[in-house]
Design a protein around this ligand. Structure first.
Ligand code: FAD
Length: 483
């Protein structure tokens, strides 16, 4: 009787507790992945993550084949498809690694109930260092502020060593029909907008378990040494770029934790500080997942109830200008174009573009969240929702709404030589450093010299900063007084 391994957001062979359990069980294994766009409440994967998923499944399928297994692909509501499969093959056991999205928790609970007494279903911790229910306040409630959360988490975080990749796996000899990956049409064709993604992620070779391991090793030997400062500079390769790999589970936080700690210990105290600062960001990921688990409406509703009454505007023209990187604020436009072209955006710039949307433009954070969902290769329900609520001032431990980022000062501080802007907004390539973040203040002779006509080659700012700031504060005052 076979054991089914249901792959979800754990597209890796090494340090995969569900697969490891299956290998140890001695039973023949059926590995399966279900493309699920229909489970109630699901946030259907966006365009960029579908592109990533195609390549990630290709790699996973190759790795499994090398070990003797053929990855079965099926489509439909995950719990129904898996229950049918278990019935069809007379499975003795079913294993998976846990997910924390509310629809996934409901779906998995339904499936366990449906199989009860017939198939032994077991789930494992693999996507987080600590389960959301393992880090709670003294009162047994979830933390809503990061620093005490992380302090408490660090006190209990003691990850074991990662599990090795299994050598050979026992295939189930029966005949099963599944979809071909190409049938799912995860890659865009008409139009093919993925050229930038292919460039950014080595034609798909930059996706998958092997690429994730290489990325981690490169980061630990390069960017990590200056992470605490470098992580805020979008013009350099100062962060790990592991986010899509982590989202799809091509690498586990336990693997990262162990490798980073080992690297930290082997160098010196200064390096260890940098490593701790990096692991703190892994902590933000843990915190965001805990928030999503304990507050399942996080992706749709503000955590802070007073924000339900916030007077957001609806303005499709401004939203489109923001999405296309045509706001007239160079650092914002650079970020939005980096996102569109590569499927990834630097964290500092995510905060700047988000702030412009929800404060200067008064557009709802959910509009930004949706756009990110469709365009990020690392689109992740927990991190994205928590990030947007943080920006919106309505989330856990959020930036207060009244603190409005000045996009010019942010640009000048974090991209002082304009390297990042020049890369993504080439029409400003020849602007002198002095005006790179404020082209509208450049004298005509400078603009002429740089070959820029404002309003033709590059837009004037979509809204004046001081005006936008005041408008945001006035809007905020309406909900503050109603508190
Ligand atoms: P590194 O700096 O190398 O950090 C290592 C890892 O820690 C990241 O890969 C990520 O998994 C985690 N991490 C880092 N910063 C955060 C954070 N602030 N919150 C949660 N986890 C974090 N991250 C996503 O993975 N998916 C998203 O959909 C997403 N949406 C965001 C939306 C907004 C508005 C904001 C402000 C942030 C969002 N983030 C999201 C968090 C963060 O911007 C990215 O995780 C980070 O930029 C990824 O780059 P990196 O892998 O080089 O990060």
């Amino acid at each position: 009787q076979p054991i089914i391994v249901w792959f979800r957001q754990d597209l890796r062979i090494a340090d995969n507790p569900a697969l490891h359990h299956a290998a140890q069980s001695g039973r023949p294994i059926i590995p399966v992945f279900v493309l699920d766009d229909v489970t109630p409440g699901i946030w259907k994967a966006g365009g960029a993550t579908r592109w990533w998923l195609h390549h990630s499944l290709t790699q996973l399928s190759d790795s499994l084949r090398q070990r003797g297994l053929s990855l079965l692909l099926r489509r439909g509501p995950g719990d129904v498809v898996i229950a049918d499969l278990a019935e069809q093959v007379g499975a003795a056991e079913l294993v998976w690694n846990r997910c924390y999205e509310p629809y996934a928790v409901d779906r998995d609970t339904r499936l366990k109930a449906a199989l009860k007494g017939r198939v032994m279903a077991t789930s494992f911790k693999a996507a987080l260092l600590n389960e959301p229910w393992e880090v709670l306040t003294g009162q047994g409630t979830p933390y809503k502020v990061f620093t005490p959360y992380w302090r408490a988490a660090l006190a209990v975080t003691a990850p074991d060593r990662p599990l090795p990749a299994p050598d050979r796996l026992l295939p189930w000899p029966g005949d099963l029909t599944g979809d071909a990956l190409a049938d799912w049409q995860l890659l865009p064709t008409k139009p093919d907008w993925a050229a930038g993604l292919r460039r950014a992620w080595s034609d798909g070779e930059g996706v998958g378990e092997r690429a994730a391991a290489v990325r981690l090793a490169q980061f630990l030997s390069n960017g990590a040494a200056n992470y605490a400062l470098g992580r805020d500079v979008p013009g350099i390769d100062g962060t790990s770029r592991l986010s899509p790999h982590l989202h799809f589970g091509e690498i586990s936080p336990r693997q990262i934790w162990n490798a980073a700690k080992m690297a930290g210990e082997s160098v010196n105290e200064t390096f260890k500080v940098q490593i701790d600062s990096f692991l703190r960001e892994i902590g933000w990921r843990e915190f965001s997942h805990s928030l999503l688990y304990h507050f399942p409406t996080l992706p749709e509703r503000p955590l802070s109830a007073s924000f339900e009454a916030f007077p957001w505007t609806r303005d499709d023209t401004s939203l489109a200008a923001w999405q296309r990187g045509q706001t007239g604020y160079p650092i914002v436009d650079a970020g939005m174009r980096q996102l569109w072209v590569t499927g990834w955006m630097h964290n500092r710039v995510r905060m700047i573009v988000g702030s412009l949307l929800v404060k200067h433009l008064l557009l709802p954070w959910q509009a930004g969240e949706r756009w990110f969902w469709d365009t990020l290769v690392d689109a992740d329900l927990a991190n994205n929702a928590a990030g947007w609520q943080w920006i919106g001032g309505c989330g856990a431990d959020a930036a207060p709404y009244f603190r409005v980022f000045n996009p010019v000062l942010q640009g000048q501080k974090f991209d002082p030589d304009g390297r990042y802007v020049r890369q993504w907004v080439p029409e400003l390539k020849h602007m002198p450093d002095k005006y790179i973040h404020t082209p509208w203040t450049a004298p005509p002779v400078v603009l002429r010299g740089a070959g820029v006509t404002l309003g033709r080659d590059y837009p004037a700012p979509i809204i004046d900063h001081a005006l936008g700031r005041q408008r945001a504060l006035d809007a905020f005052a309406t909900i503050r007084s109603s508190d």
